[in-house]
Design a protein around this ligand. Sequence first.
Ligand SMILES: [Zn+2]
Length: 108
Amino acid sequence: MAKMSIKKGDTVKILSGKDRGKQGTVLHAYPAEGKIKVEGVAVVKKAVRPNQQNQTGGIVSQEAKIDASNAQLVCPKCGAATRVGHKQGEIDGHKTSIRVCKKCGAEF
Ligand SMILES: [Zn+2]
């Protein structure tokens, strides 16, 4: 499987499905599954029983996981939904893979 380049907190654009064209913030990333949850995307309603967090229970809306391949990263610099490249670099003294926008060359 290709390395997932989307991380929690990223903004992504949805490429397919009923939420196609929407942009949202990544709430969770699941690299092992190649899936993500995106705010306001693939929202499903779920019935919940009353519990300690939710005294009354009822229907809650919750984002479902979607394939990361159905979303494209939105560059924080130029705002384009873009493919990203990777390069090795260092952040705060740790060797890490830095993502590079293929449109504007921004590193993030
Ligand atoms: Zn860019």
